[in-house]
Design a protein around this ligand. Sequence first.
Ligand SMILES: [Fe+2]
Ligand SMILES: [Fe+2]
Length: 389
Amino acid sequence: MSNRILFVDDDPNFLKGIERTLRKLRTEWTYYFAHSVDAALDQIGKVAFDAIVSDVSMPEKDGFMLLSILQSTPKTKNIPVIMLTGNYEHSLKRKVLEKGATDLLNKPIIREDLFARLHSVIRLKSYQDSLKQQKELLSQKVRERTSELEESRLDIILRLSKAAEYRDTETGNHILRVGCYCRILAEEIGMTPEFTEMIFLASPLHDIGKIGIPDNILLKQGKLTTSERQIMQQHCTIGANILLQKVKTLKLKQSKHDYKTSIDQISNSNPLLRMASAIALTHHEMWDGGGYPDGLSGLDIPQAARIVALADVYDALRSARPYKEPYSHDKALAIISEQKGKHFDPVVFTAFEKQADEFSIIHEQYIDNDYGKGVGEKTNVFEEKNIIC
Ligand SMILES: [Fe+2]
Ligand SMILES: [Fe+2]
C-alpha cells in the first residue's frame, strides 16, 4: 500500500503548487489536501496517514492546535508532522518541536528539501510501525504460550494428584471436588482472586505424600496399629517434601550458604508450590490443636490448610466406602457442625454453612460412579480421630 500524506494549509495556491510538483515527481505516495485544521481532522478520522505537512499560521485553529489534538490520542500521536512557517523567529522551531512536531521548514520551501524530509520521516515511521507490529506479535505469542503453560500446569497437577489417589481409598473425582469446594470457601471468606485460584490448583495435591506410604499400611484392611498410624501420618511431611523437591536437589549441588538463599528464591518465585507444600504438611492439623503432624492450633495453621481440612472431610463423608454408604449432605453437614471450633476454623465453617448448597451441587456434578477400593476404619475420623481424607 502506498504511503498516505496529508497537506494542511489555508493558502489554496500553496496546495496547488505542491500538487503540481508531486505530479511531476510521480512519487508512489497518495496525497490528501485540507484547507483548515477542521478539514484536516475530518480526514485524519477517516484515513491512517503516514505523515502530515501543516502550515503553522492558519485562521481560527492554527498548526499548534492541530499538533496538540494529534498528540492527545494514541492513534495519532505517532504520525510524523512537518510544520511550515513564514516566521523566521528562532524560538519557533523549539516551540513546535516541544509540541510534538517532527521538523519545521521555512517558507518559501525548497520542495526538494520537503520531499527529502518526507522520505526520511516516512521511512522512520515504517520502522516504528514494524517494530510495534513485532512487539504486538510477540506479546500475543507470550499470551498464547502462558495460557498453554497454565493448562499444562493444571493438567500435571491433576495427574500427579491422581497418582496418589490411585493407591488410596478415594476415587478419581475426589481431588477435583476438593479443589472446587476450596475455591468456593476462599471466595466466601473474602480471599483475593489470586489466593482463590491458587488454592483451587494447590489443594488437589494435599495427599500427594501417600505415594510414600507402604501398601501394607495404606491398603490395610482393618484398624491401623499405633506405629502404622504414625507411618501413615508421615504422608503430610512426605508430601511437603515432594513439593519442595527442587530445594533438596539444590541442597546437594550447592554450599550450605547458597542453599538458604535458594530456598528463599524458590519460595518467593513459586507461590503455588509454597501453598501446595503448606497444605500437604498441615491439612490434618485441627483448630483446637488435636491434629497432626505438629499439633498446630488456631491461626498457626495456614489459612489454605484450614480451608482444605473442611473441604476434604466433607468430601470423605459424602463419598462411598466399602464399609459404608455415602452420607447424605444433611448428615455430613450435621457431623461437620459438631466440629466447629474443634476440628474446623469457625470462620471457614461459617463460609461452609453459607455455601453448603453449592457443595452439594458440586458433589452431584462430579459424582464417582465406582466405590473406593480401600478400607474403612482408618477413615472414620470422628470415631477414631484417624481420618485420612
Ligand atoms: Fe491427608
Ligand atoms: Fe483427600
